[in-house]
Design a protein around this ligand. Structure first.
Ligand SMILES: CC(C)(COP(=O)(O)OP(=O)(O)OC[C@H]1O[C@@H](n2cnc3c(N)ncnc32)[C@H](O)[C@@H]1OP(=O)(O)O)[C@@H](O)C(=O)NCCC(=O)NCCS
Length: 174
């Protein structure tokens, strides 16, 4: 990525949520590793189970490096921060083996849900992904995950359910 692009993308964006609250959204970086590790360790079991579609991975330095050392082209993540600076949501995409296809994952702090934050983050991810040449997002989720099912319906996603796991394919709007 050109330095110029990177600088522009690092400028945090202010996002106004449906409930009147405001977050700033910027790139997730290695400086966020410790906070992210603590967030995973302290998150409620259901959030973790849904985010990782099963038992969460053990928080290790290697995991945190994998989650925060990104190239912002094929591996890209955004963090949303409350006005006091603490992280309240992370959304990421990772290129898959299929050309033009990236897998998406998003998690929002329970206290910040139902205000449109995941929707806004996925939209921002999609914009970045299109810039980097992606045409399609895929998402894997537990089939009984009602919020995600609804979110994907709104995004026009197609769902293929197998063995309790849903898979969605969403064409990105160029
Ligand atoms: C899924 C998740 C990211 C949604 O975050 P969010 O910020 O609350 O989502 P939004 O506010 O953008 O909601 C978008 C739409 O999803 C649907 N939705 C969200 N939460 C819902 C719920 N509890 N029940 C039913 N529908 C829900 C609604 O259609 C909603 O639109 P609306 O509020 O206008 O009706 C959040 O619930 C979460 O972090 N869950 C745990 C982790 C997870 O499941 N991640 C997905 C797999 S990677």
């Amino acid at each position: 990525m050109a330095d110029g692009d990177r600088t522009a993308e690092e400028e945090p964006a202010i996002v106004h949520l449906g409930d009147g609250r405001v977050v700033s959204v910027g790139l997730l970086t290695p400086a966020d590793a410790a906070e992210l590790g603590a967030a995973i360790e302290n998150a409620d079991p259901e959030t973790l189970y849904r985010r990782f579609c099963g038992p969460p991975p053990r928080v290790t330095p290697k995991l945190l490096r994998r989650l925060t050392e990104l190239d912002y082209e094929r591996r890209y993540a955004l963090v949303a921060r409350a006005p006091d600076g603490h992280g309240v949501a992370v959304a990421r995409y990772e290129a898959t083996a299929d050309p033009g296809v990236a897998d998406v994952a998003v998690v929002v702090d329970p206290a910040w849900r139902r205000a449109g934050l995941a929707t806004a983050l996925v939209r921002m991810l999609a914009e970045a992904a299109v810039t980097h040449g992606f045409t399609t997002f895929t998402a894997t989720y537990l089939a009984d995950n009602v919020p995600v099912g609804e979110l994907l319906d709104e995004a026009g996603g197609r769902r293929v359910i197998a063995h309790g796991i849903g898979e969605a394919v969403v064409a990105l709007d160029p």
